[in-house]
Design a protein around this ligand. Structure first.
Ligand SMILES: *[C@@H]1O[C@H](CO)[C@@H](O)[C@H](O)[C@H]1NC(C)=O
Ligand SMILES: *[C@@H]1O[C@H](CO)[C@@H](O)[C@H](O)[C@H]1NC(C)=O
Ligand SMILES: *[C@@H]1O[C@H](CO)[C@@H](O)[C@H](O)[C@H]1NC(C)=O
Ligand SMILES: *[C@@H]1O[C@H](CO)[C@@H](O)[C@H](O)[C@H]1NC(C)=O
Ligand SMILES: *[C@@H]1O[C@H](CO)[C@@H](O)[C@H](O)[C@H]1NC(C)=O
Ligand SMILES: *[C@@H]1O[C@H](CO)[C@@H](O)[C@H](O)[C@H]1NC(C)=O
Ligand SMILES: *[C@@H]1O[C@H](CO)[C@@H](O)[C@H](O)[C@H]1NC(C)=O
Ligand SMILES: *[C@@H]1O[C@H](CO)[C@@H](O)[C@H](O)[C@H]1NC(C)=O
Ligand SMILES: *[C@@H]1O[C@H](CO)[C@@H](O)[C@H](O)[C@H]1NC(C)=O
Ligand SMILES: *[C@@H]1O[C@H](CO)[C@@H](O)[C@H](O)[C@H]1NC(C)=O
Ligand SMILES: *[C@@H]1O[C@H](CO)[C@@H](O)[C@H](O)[C@H]1NC(C)=O
Ligand SMILES: *[C@@H]1O[C@H](CO)[C@@H](O)[C@H](O)[C@H]1NC(C)=O
Ligand SMILES: [Cu+2]
Length: 571
């Protein structure tokens, strides 16, 4: 039977190769497990899938069905999320803990089943529970069903997963921050495909090396899997052409630097057009307003096949860590490729206008006892974060996920009164408000914004200056959105609306909302269920920088949330 399946798959793949594409089933078993790795002169236990860091790559063609059997052989509750995959009418496979499912307990299992349709390019998968995505992640690559890209076929496709490694167990780090109410420890070093840099000790044989042939064009399938940092990426003496972001094709965009926020991905071409030799590829953090951050850049090497083994690689000139001009230019200059496969026009009629403030907050500590180690935030309170002054929290001891409550019409798990705009209008980005105690405190709540099936939503994300603020890469589950405009200061509904790009704006699943600024997105809610929208800085999530959309069912069974799988984990 197994042999027969293997034979059938082999046939299917050879058919695909001849581009007579018929959809196949791509099946994986993901064993979540403790794995010992050696880094920074010592051994460390991390949680991985199948012992791999980064985890296995899932490679599919648009239209394929994916089945992943997740077996939790590790010590922690966990869920997995397929970041950017639409999950049209398969929301039970989406994964954020307590939103679509209860976590998979140790020794538990869950099978994710979904179709990958109407999208192609580079996405990824990652744990969606506490800090586990630090080491539980991998690439999710969707090849065009036809085998044709809307640009000349690159010689090779190479996944480049940027990430970070910590000095200690990430679960201990996040638990420590939850208890203290302060900020979690920063990572120790950035990584390229799990490997750090020759600049660190004990890593001589542990850097990423990419062999290239002169004259060939390579496609880098880039992902930022780092927990809490936007990243710059450069290769000495080489330029890039961006052809897709977040698995949506873009107009060719030429640049010598890639900027990528946590959660985002980019398909980037580069041609090995130098005489010979070797060249460093570097990922370095883009950071604003973060006193304590990881400065150990990731450094790999691009090596021409005629390079002498002794040749010293060239180093690119890196931007300063706080180079907002470079980041903003990259984030705003990319445009979508009108008419490319799966491109969709901007919806012009808007049913729901939302203005959502995002940023830090404080949670009142019920004890002002200085030795109470649970009050290590500003003013002896706990760090928090909020959207429209609502700080998202899942109540302890919850009996079912929000989606199960929606599906079974159970009340008391969440409410549908997430506000359309801030309760108070104030000078959002004015640093004079950074420590304004009358505005800083946000109540904990579990709220959704109710949307009619297929309604069109416009959201202005307005960053606030609370505790001086930070960049927030906002990620929406279940949909791509158009990014109509981005800017600094307070969004002005008249003058800034006039700047909207309604012709060829980026389509993304994650948008960087700049420190002291705003971003405007639009999407059509044609996928029913309870979808999480949250900041992809992992330290901001437990603080509450999240909310959900409850999208109603369509008129027919095939446009409604299907019944839950029988093996859906119980709380
Ligand atoms: C996995 O590693 C963690 C941290 O080192 C440890 O606490 C736990 O007991 C280990 N669990 C298993 C199942 O090996
Ligand atoms: C995937 O698509 C097939 C064929 O259209 C359909 O029969 C199946 O129900 C879909 N599966 C899921 C999980 O949506
Ligand atoms: C976090 O950093 C502090 C200061 O360096 C250190 O004392 C603490 O042990 C670290 N926490 C973890 C979980 O590694
Ligand atoms: C590498 O080791 C040397 C000698 O032990 C030490 O002086 C240096 O600070 C270390 N460098 C890093 C980046 O840890
Ligand atoms: C990179 O692009 C710049 C600007 O277009 C150009 O001046 C430079 O020669 C290019 N470098 C390489 C190595 O192709
Ligand atoms: C590489 O190029 C340099 C000049 O740019 C030349 O001196 C050297 O011989 C070349 N090496 C090889 C292996 O082609
Ligand atoms: C970037 O940081 C440097 C050094 O800390 C500082 O001098 C400079 O003013 C900062 N630039 C911006 C744009 O904030
Ligand atoms: C590109 O970015 C620069 C700098 O942020 C900006 O001035 C310019 O308007 C942008 N161009 C486009 C076409 O978005
Ligand atoms: C410390 O603060 C936490 C959270 O506010 C509270 O639950 C706990 O009782 C306090 N502990 C002491 C010893 O005051
Ligand atoms: C503060 O809390 C500590 C325990 O966290 C306790 O031992 C101490 O007595 C408390 N002090 C006051 C003044 O409440
Ligand atoms: C959703 O609305 C659009 C028009 O905005 C329409 O073209 C489309 O057919 C609708 N989709 C469904 C599933 O009703
Ligand atoms: C902004 O303008 C739009 C279009 O004129 C309007 O529908 C919307 O309600 C306005 N939003 C706010 C927050 O005033
Ligand atoms: Cu954030």
């Amino acid at each position: 039977m197994k042999l027969l399946l293997a034979f059938w798959l082999a046939c299917a793949f050879s058919l695909l190769a001849s581009s007579l594409a018929s959809a196949v089933i791509v099946e994986h078993t993901f064993r979540i497990q403790n794995t010992t790795i050696k880094r920074f002169c010592k051994e460390q236990v991390i949680v991985t899938v199948n012992g791999l860091f980064p985890g296995p790559t899932i490679n599919v063609r648009e239209g394929d069905t994916v089945i992943v059997h997740v077996l939790n052989e590790g010590p922690y509750d966990i869920t997995l999320h397929w970041h950017g995959v639409f999950q049209r009418f398969s929301i039970w496979a989406d994964g954020p803990e307590y939103v679509t499912q209860c976590p998979i307990p140790p020794k538990g299992k869950y099978t994710h089943k979904f179709n990958v349709t109407q999208q192609e390019g580079t996405l990824w998968w990652h744990a969606h529970a506490t800090y586990l995505r630090a080491t539980v992640h991998g690439a999710f690559i969707i090849q065009p069903r036809s085998g044709q890209f809307p640009f000349p076929k690159p010689y090779k496709q190479v996944p480049i997963i940027l990430g970070d490694l910590y000095n200690s167990n990430v679960e201990d780090i996040t638990a420590e921050a939850q208890v203290s109410g302060g900020g979690p420890n920063a990572s120790y070093a950035f990584t390229i495909n799990g490997l750090t840099s020759d600049l660190l000790n004990c890593t001589e044989d542990e850097t990423f090396k990419m062999k290239v042939k002169q004259g060939r064009t390579y496609m880098l399938r880039m992902i930022n899997a780092a927990l809490n940092n936007d990243l710059f990426f450069k290769i000495a003496n080489h330029n890039f052409t961006v052809v897709a972001v977040d698995a949506s094709y873009t107009e060719r965009y030429d640049t010598d630097i890639i900027v990528i926020a946590p959660g985002q991905s980019a398909d980037v071409l580069f041609t090995a057009n130098q005489p010979n030799g070797s060249y460093y590829m570097v990922a370095s953090p883009y950071v604003v307003n973060l006193p304590d951050f990881d400065t150990n850049i990731a450094r790999g090497t691009v090596i021409y096949d005629n390079a002498l083994p002794s040749s010293e690689p060239l180093m690119p000139i890196l931007p300063p860590f706080n180079d907002t001009d470079t980041a903003f230019k990259f984030y705003t200059n990319v445009t979508s490729k009108v008419g490319a496969p799966h491109w969709v026009p901007v919806p012009l009629k808007v049913d729901e206008h939302m203005l959502i403030t995002i940023g830090f907050s404080l949670e009142l500590c019920d004890s002002k006892n200085a030795s109470n180690k649970t009050c290590a935030g500003e003013f002896g309170d706990r760090y928090s974060a909020s959207m429209n002054n609502e700080s998202f929290a899942i109540p302890a001891g919850i009996k079912m996920s929000m989606l199960e409550a929606f599906y079974n019409n159970v009340s008391g798990v969440y409410t549908t009164d997430f506000p359309d705009k801030p309760t108070l209008n104030f000078d959002f980005t004015n640093l004079d408000n950074a420590y304004n105690k009358s505005l800083l405190y946000a109540p904990k709540s579990t709220k959704a914004k109710k949307l009619n099936f297929n309604s069109t939503v416009e959201i202005v994300f307005q960053n606030t200056a609370f505790l001086e603020g930070q960049n927030h890469p906002m990620h929406l589950h279940g949909y791509d959105f158009h990014v109509l405009a981005q800017g600094f200061g307070n969004f002005n509904n008249d003058t800034d609306r006039a700047k909207f790009n309604l012709v060829n704006p980026q389509l993304r699943n994650t948008v960087g909302v700049p420190l002291g600024g705003w971003a405007v997105i639009r999407f059509q809610a044609d996928n029913p269920g309870v979808w999480l929208m949250h900041c992809h800085m992992e330290d901001h999530v437990p603080w509450g920088l999240a909310m959900t959309f409850e999208v109603g069912n369509g008129p027919t069974p095939s446009t409604s949330v299907p019944p839950p799988p029988t093996d859906l984990p119980k709380c």
